[in-house]
Design a protein around this ligand. Structure first.
Ligand code: MN3
Length: 198
């Protein structure tokens, strides 16, 4: 069994003007595709890893993976898991405020949606260099470096924001804050709610 690049759940221009078509095409078709290809290369060289899900490969800081492949799986497996979630938790004409149980959990954990938004944006802005900001199922807001996935530490991400420059540089150049601010218009809270309830 090998990993494959999931289709985008919408056309590549669908997230404009917040994320431009060219960025989406390169980000999904080149960056994510490369993580998938490199993950397959790593797994194919180690028969004992065959058939494991990406979650199983990443669990406990990639404990199932031999030391010689651990960095490759951490980077490429993390990249595959992170981007697969990222595409799903966005959709055109979304944004607004979270719904249902997730909405209630956010309100009670952060004191309100605006407070949550501020905390999450600060995590996204505070990540030096490349990485991700996350809302975890236990209602922590964290950021990780590179392609490190919360799954490595047994944490379940509900939404994630890619703050690598490849995610925004064509349109926003160095203005990460504008990208982060614009991304709030894309969050698919219904999908996030389903994930939270799962
Ligand atoms: Mn990316």
């Amino acid at each position: 069994m090998s990993f494959s690049l999931p289709d985008l759940p919408y056309p590549s221009q669908a997230l404009e003007p917040h994320i431009d078509q060219t960025t989406m095409e390169i980000h999904h078709g080149k960056h994510h595709a490369t993580y998938v290809a490199n993950l397959n290369k790593a797994v194919q060289s180690a028969p004992e890893l065959e058939g494991k899900s990406v979650e199983e490969l990443l669990a406990n800081n990639c404990a199932a993976v031999g030391e010689n492949l651990r960095t490759a799986v951490r980077n490429s497996g993390g990249g595959h898991a992170n981007h697969s979630l990222f595409w799903q938790m966005m959709a055109p004409d979304k944004g607004g405020e979270p719904v249902g149980n997730l909405g209630e959990a956010i309100n009670s954990s952060f004191g309100g949606f605006e407070q949550f938004k501020e905390k999450f944006s600060a995590a996204a802005m505070g990540r030096f260099g490349s990485g991700w900001a996350w809302l975890l199922k236990d209602m922590q807001v964290v950021s990780t470096a590179n392609q490190d996935s919360p799954l490595m530490e047994g944490k379940f991400p509900i939404i994630g924001l890619d703050v690598w420059e490849h995610a925004y540089y064509l349109k926003y150049q160095n203005r990460r804050a504008e990208y982060v601010n614009s991304w709030w218009n894309l969050i698919n809270w219904e999908a996030a709610e389903e994930r939270f309830n799962s």
